[in-house]
Design a protein around this ligand. Structure first.
Ligand SMILES: N[C@@H](CCOC(=O)CCC(=O)O)C(=O)O
Length: 399
């Protein structure tokens, strides 16, 4: 069908409609296909499907209609040609690396990324001959200096986890392309509702669907979005062979999550902004990290690159690790958990959890101090979040 015949292409329309292919049952909501394999009408048809001469389902490790709906919907939302769904956000990064890199290749990665991403690049990929140089996220000269003739991928998160530092995607895309590299952006904190890195020149977008795409803390999953030649050819080939696949059930949950993504991201951004401003005024709070604050070092860049500032607020308290733990131990409403993007507000001590397996030096270089607390702001009333934090902050100060 041509665009003229079907001109319904707004972002919110895609979020609720893209990828839906009704069956003969004429269902209103997307069906969940819990079937590990699919049948063929003949041996010849099976052979055609396996040879790739005929489109159609084969086996849910690499082809499932519910997973396909999620992939088509997320690709449409990110503005990419293709999407591959994976078992987790980490397996999305792993699948990208295993399919696009070979022994002898080199990656440049921001220092300010999720701790497990540091482990993958710094500890596991070197076993397969792929080395990574880590650079400060916003030091563009350092990115350039780190690129060698063997560099294939530049990898970053923006905003970064947990300090919400923001990098200029356009600038890094130009740098990557000038050196024949790919720019891979983990868009977990913003989601396509707030930022679409492919529009700024990124080659691939990574997601942990576990976070905002689900949005209600139910399922683990991931995705890679980008051009068909990379995603459908290279990365799909690895996924089919190695099998770090998203389950149909999880895909179905994520499909429903995508339908409310825009609303949640806006509401959570508003709540986070209100909490960040309030936190700045509280005794015992040393520093608040939130891109929506005027004094955030990349506030203007975030305003130009994102349509809202996101739901993550991090802050430092007086009293070191003990002070931070006391705040966390004294909240009653927020959930103490190592996850983010949930409608329920979560509170985390990054230095000992999400970034706990980085070395002390790696954490210091990334600016993650022992007194840092990360809050993923949910959809509760901000007044209740303040009511929860106020006595926790007081307890931390010994009052
Ligand atoms: N990226 C998420 C996920 C948190 O997950 C963990 O902290 C598990 C640690 C591990 O991978 O071993 C976040 O930052 O909350």
């Amino acid at each position: 069908m041509s665009d003229q015949d079907y001109p319904f292409d707004g972002f919110n329309t895609r979020a609720v409609r893209a990828g839906q292919h009704r069956t003969n049952e004429q269902e209103q909501s997307e069906p969940l296909f819990l079937s590990s394999s699919f049948t063929f009408t003949s041996a010849a048809q099976a052979a055609r499907r396996f040879a790739g001469d005929e489109e159609g389902n084969i086996y849910s490790r690499f082809s499932n209609p519910t997973v396909r709906t999620f992939q088509e919907r997320l690709a449409a939302m990110e503005g990419g040609d293709a999407c591959i769904a994976t078992a987790s956000g980490m397996s999305a990064i792993l699948s990208t690396c295993m399919s696009l890199l070979k022994s002898g290749d080199h990656v440049v990665c921001a220092r300010q990324v999720f701790g497990t991403t540091v482990s993958l690049f710094g500890k596991f990929l070197p076993r397969f001959g792929v080395e990574t140089s880590f650079v400060p996220l916003t030091d563009y000269d350092a990115w350039e200096r780190a690129i060698t003739g063997r560099t294939r991928i530049l990898f970053l998160e923006t905003p970064s986890n947990p300090l919400t530092e923001v990098a200029d995607i356009r600038r890094l895309a130009e740098l990557a392309h000038a050196h024949d590299c790919l720019l891979v952006v983990d868009n977990c904190f913003c989601t396509p509702a707030l930022q679409r890195p492919l529009e700024y020149g990124a080659d691939l977008v990574i997601h942990s669907a576990t976070k905002y795409l689900d949005g209600q803390g139910r399922c683990v999953g991931g995705a890679v979005i980008g051009p068909a030649d990379l995603v459908d050819e290279e990365i799909f080939g690895f996924l089919r062979a190695a099998g770090p696949t998203m389950s149909a059930f999880n895909a179905w949950v994520f499909i429903k999550g995508l339908e409310t993504l825009s609303l949640r991201m806006r509401a959570q951004s508003e709540n986070a902004a209100a909490l960040a401003h309030w936190l700045r005024e509280q005794p015992g709070v040393d520093h608040v990290y939130y891109p929506g604050l005027n004094d955030h070092p990349q506030h203007e860049l975030a305003a130009s690159q994102q349509t809202a500032f996101g739901g993550i607020v991090s802050f430092e308290v007086t009293g070191g690790r003990e002070g931070a733990w006391r705040v966390i131990d004294n909240v009653r409403l927020m959930s103490i958990t190592a996850n983010l993007g949930d409608t329920k507000t979560t509170i985390t001590h990054p230095a000992t959890t999400t970034h706990g397996r980085m070395t002390e030096q790696e954490r210091a270089e990334a600016g993650i101090h022992e007194n840092l607390i990360r809050i993923s702001v949910g959809l509760e009333d901000v007044a209740d979040l303040q009511r929860d934090l106020e006595p926790a902050l007081a307890a931390s100060r010994g009052r």
